[in-house]
Design a protein around this ligand. Structure first.
Ligand SMILES: C[S@@+](CC[C@H](N)C(=O)[O-])C[C@H]1O[C@@H](n2cnc3c(N)ncnc32)[C@H](O)[C@@H]1O
Length: 267
């Protein structure tokens, strides 16, 4: 058997095993696992972990997001491709040299891609989970500051009134819906990264309500939501003093609520 035929046979067998284990993108995953493994013994260990249901991103330690390779540590929320919509909206709205906060940053994927797309902006990330802030620190190294704590209270007091744009993918899954999520999320991602309370909007309410003293005027707040939450999220933003609209990306299955406070401080 030639080397090429051996490689093709190995790839085909990996794809078949991954597909049998329920991996929807078995071809892509097989290539990623092959590239990540230094030798056949390690490859087999990685494949066994994947077949057992561990997220691919934890196994290889990274995900491609917004055109960049973003490190992901076990225990940190795996960035979803739909969240690129938040980055695109933030890139449109942010002043080139503005102060941009990635709140509830997880791995810092959003802030990391924003740092690349807005090279003159000050990028700040914050999360309540120390593993997340450690991971964000790796991804934002040399390009942004990372703080640990509860929503805006994580930030230095000197930032009050100075934030031009907040991008925030807070947990928004209704508590009762977590049981219906795929095992990759339900079993491997911490519940605190998913659980948004009874209607999924507990964190969104808090972010909208607590944002005013921290934001400059004008400024923007951009948050990811589910389709069924759009009307309620817009109302919450409006009550909190934002002019609010909904943006969708049907291709990625993404929905965002976008709030703007104008320069006069409309409330
Ligand atoms: C859905 S994950 C999103 C992570 C990241 N923004 C992304 O899109 O990949 C939500 C994140 O919110 C963080 N979080 C939950 N409650 C928080 C709070 N009260 N203050 C700050 N971060 C919080 C979690 O630790 C988690 O990293």
């Amino acid at each position: 058997m030639t080397e090429t035929a051996r490689s093709e046979a190995l790839l085909a067998s990996l794809v078949a095993r991954l597909r049998a284990a329920g991996c929807v993108f078995a071809e892509d995953e097989a290539q990623i696992l092959l590239a990540a493994a230094a030798d056949p013994v390690i490859l087999e260990q990685l494949v066994q972990r994947r077949i057992a249901g561990e997220p691919l991103e934890y196994i290889v330690g990274a995900v491609q997001f917004g055109g960049l390779r973003v490190s992901v540590m076990p225990g940190v929320f795996v960035p979803r491709q739909r969240s690129v919509l938040l980055v695109e909206i933030a890139t449109e709205l942010a002043a080139p040299a503005g102060t941009v906060v990635d709140l509830c940053c997880g791995s810092g994927a959003l802030g990391t891609v924003l740092a690349a797309r807005l090279p003159d902006a000050a990028i700040i990330a914050a999360d309540i989970d120390p593993i997340a802030t450690e991971c964000a620190g790796v991804n934002l190294a040399g390009r942004g500051r990372v703080y640990l704590g509860d929503l805006f209270e994580a930030l230095p007091q000197t930032m009050r009134g100075r934030i031009d744009l907040v991008v925030c993918n807070a947990p928004y899954v209704p508590t009762s819906a977590i049981a219906t999520m795929p095992p990759e999320a339900r079993v491997h991602e911490p519940q605190a990264t998913l659980d948004g309370g009874a209607d999924g909007l507990d964190l969104l309410r808090r972010v909208a309500d607590e944002s005013a003293p921290w934001m400059a005027r004008p400024s923007h707040l951009v948050m990811e939501i589910g389709e069924s939450q759009a009307d309620t999220a817009r109302q919450i933003f409006e009550v909190a003093g934002f002019e609010a609209s909904i943006r969708r990306d049907d291709h990625r299955g993404a929905v965002a609520v976008v709030g703007t406070r104008d320069a006069t401080g409309r409330a």
